[in-house]
Design a protein around this ligand. Structure first.
Ligand SMILES: [Zn+2]
Length: 150
């Protein structure tokens, strides 16, 4: 389409050939093509890193609270030291059991307690069973220790 000079709409800097296209774009209900950029979604890697950082912060905070509460092994009652007496944080309901749940369901005072390395090994090897007396209180309350005889 060839239009005479003066027939171009305001903002048209091209010759008359594409003018009707420019007119269409000027009237269109969407922004000009130069500004029509879709915001890039957050890359999965960045999102995963953010989640990991938040989770590590939560674990560190829960560990501080648990260390302040449990000054002795919750299983044998020994004071913590080095070697076999090294304190280790144990989750009553395991990460595997709570897989896919919110990190706060796994790492909280009621689910975490401190054990010495020896007792922790006994628990993970199923030689020792830890059962909270009150399910609601969990590790914040009394935890019953049951040792399997060998
Ligand atoms: Zn112990």
């Amino acid at each position: 389409m060839i239009l005479g000079s003066g027939a171009f709409p305001v903002g048209c800097r091209e010759s008359g050939v594409d003018c009707h296209i420019h007119l269409l774009l000027l009237c269109a209900p969407f922004p000009p093509l130069s500004r029509m950029r879709f915001p890039k979604p957050t890359p999965r890697l960045i999102e995963k890193r953010r989640q990991r950082t938040a989770r590590n912060g939560l674990i560190a905070a829960v560990r501080r609270a648990v260390v302040a509460r449990d000054v002795r092994c919750r299983c044998c009652g020994e004071r913590f030291a080095t070697g076999e007496q090294t304190p280790e944080m144990h989750e009553l309901r395991s990460r595997a059991q709570l897989r896919g749940r919110d990190p706060t369901d796994i790492w909280n005072r009621a689910n975490c307690l401190l054990l010495c390395r020896r007792c922790h090994r006994g628990v993970t090897d199923h030689r020792i069973t830890l059962t909270p007396a009150d399910a609601e209180q969990g590790a914040d309350g009394v935890v019953e220790v049951e040792r399997r005889m060998e």
